[in-house]
Design a protein around this ligand. Structure first.
Ligand code: CP3
Length: 319
C-alpha cells in the first residue's frame, strides 16, 4: 500500500523531476525506490514500485501522474471511437521494464515481492473522468446507459490487467494485489452487475499460478461479500469498517488485510500506537490477518512512526 512515496526524503531525492510513470520505466530506479522503505522498516513484504496507470501508458494512452493530484488523461475515453486509442498490450513487448525490475528485485530481496494492478472499474474511472473524481458520475452513467461501450472497455481492461499480473508473477512476484480503489462508489447491485464479472475473470485467470491474491478497495464495507465473490483469498479493508465487523461479513475462510487509518500515523507516536493496538485487538490473534494501513501512507507521515509501527506489530503478534 504505497510503501514508497513523498514521506521519504530518499524517494524525493531519487525521483528528482521525473514522474511516477517515467520512474516506473527505469528498472534501476524501480529497484532503488522499492528497496528504500525496506531499509528503514522491518516489513514482511515489499511492493513493486509502479503505478496502476503503467499498462495504460504502455498501451499508448496519453496519461501523466501529477504529484498531489493523481492520474490525468490528455484525452479521456468516453465514446466508442475513443476505444481505438487503447493500443495493444503485451507485457514483454510494451512494458519489458516491469519484468526486468521484478527479476532484479527478487534477487535482492529477503522478503516476498507483491506485484499489483488496478482493477478495471478503477482504471475505467480514470480513463472516463479524465482524472481523479469525487463521485465518478460520468463513469457510472456510461456503465448504466452505454452497455456495449462499457462491456468493450471492461473486456479490454481486464485482458490487459490479467496479462500484466501474470507477467509479474512469471518474473517472480510472490503475491498479487488487485486495487479496485474506487469501487466503494458503487452500490452492491451495480457492483455485481457491472464490475464483479471482470474482476473475477482476472482473479480466476491467475488461479493456476498458485500465488495469494489480495483484492482491495476504499469504502467497501457494504461491498465486501460481493468483492469476495471475485475470488481473492485476501480482502483489503480501509479503516471505515472495524476489522472484526469486516471479517464477520467475509467469514473465517477469508484472510483480511488492514486497516489502520493512515492519518493515525501522521501525528504523535502515542496516537499511532493506540490506534494500531485497537486494530490488533479486533483481529484478536486469529490467523489470516495481514496488518497494514487502510490506504496509502500520507506524505506528512514521520517515517519513524512507521518503523516503530512495524516493530510494535511484530512484538505483539510473535508466536
Ligand atoms: O509503495 C510503492 O512503492 C508502491 C507503488 C504504488 C504507487 N501507486 C506509486 C505511486 C502503488 C501500489 C500505487 C497504486 C495506485 N496508484 C492506486 C491503488 C492504490 C490506492 O492508493 O488506492 C491508485 C488509485 C493509483 C493512482 C495514483 N497514483 C494516485 C491516486 C496517486 C497519488 C496522487 C497524489 O500525489 O496524491 C498516484 C501517484 C503515486 N503513485 C505516488 C506513488 C509513490 C506519489 C508519487 C509522487 O508524488 O511522487
Amino acid at each position: 500500500m504505497r510503501q514508497a512515496g513523498r514521506y521519504l526524503p530518499e524517494y524525493l531525492e531519487a525521483r528528482g523531476s521525473r514522474d511516477v510513470l517515467a520512474l516506473s520505466r527505469d528498472p534501476e530506479a524501480v529497484v532503488e525506490i522499492t528497496l528504500q522503505p525496506l531499509r528503514r522498516f522491518d516489513a514482511d513484504a515489499a511492493i513493486l514500485f509502479s503505478d496502476i496507470m503503467v499498462p495504460l501508458a504502455a498501451a499508448g494512452l496519453d496519461v501523466r501522474i501529477e504529484s498531489g493530484v493523481g492520474p490525468v488523461m490528455g484525452e479521456p475515453i468516453r465514446v466508442a471511437e475513443d476505444l481505438a486509442r487503447i493500443g495493444s498490450f503485451d507485457p514483454a513487448e510494451h512494458a519489458p521494464y516491469v519484468g526486468e525490475a521484478t527479476r532484479l528485485l527478487v534477487k535482492e530481496l529477503q522478503v516476498p515481492l507483491i506485484g499489483f494492478a488496478g482493477a478495471p472499474f478503477t482504471l475505467a474511472s480514470y480513463l472516463i473522468e479524465g482524472g481523479p473524481s469525487r463521485d465518478h458520475r460520468r463513469t457510472k452513467r456510461l456503465m448504466r446507459d452505454e452497455p456495449s461501450f462499457w462491456v468493450r472497455l471492461m473486456d479490454r481492461l481486464s485482458e490487459m490487467v490479467l496479462a500484466h499480473l501474470r507477467a509479474q508473477v512469471e518474473a517472480g512476484a510472490a503475491a498479487v494485489q488487485l486495487f479496485d480503489s474506487w469501487a466503494g462508489a458503487l452500490d452492491p447491485e451495480s457492483y455485481r452487475r457491472h464490475v464483479l464479472p471482470w474482476s473475477r475473470r482476472i482473479l480466476e485467470g491467475l488461479a493456476d499460478l498458485g500465488v495469494p491474491r489480495i483484492h482491495f478497495g476504499v469504502g467497501t464495507g457494504e461491498l465486501l461479500p460481493a468483492m469476495r465473490e471475485a475470488g481473492a483469498e485476501v480482502l483489503g479493508v480501509d479503516w471505515r469498517v472495524p476489522l472484526d465487523a469486516a471479517w464477520e461479513r467475509l467469514g473465517p475462510e477469508t484472510a483480511v488485510q488492514g486497516n489502520l487509518d493512515p492519518t493515525a500515523c501522521t501525528g504523535s507516536w502515542e496516537a499511532c500506537e493506540r490506534e494500531a493496538l485497537a486494530v490488533l485487538e479486533r483481529a484478536g490473534g486469529r490467523p489470516g490477518h495481514i496488518f497494514n494501513l487502510g490506504h496509502g501512507v500520507l506524505p506528512e507521515t514521520p517515517p519513524d512512526n512507521l518503523a516503530r509501527l512495524v516493530d510494535l506489530v511484530h512484538e505483539r503478534t510473535a508466536r
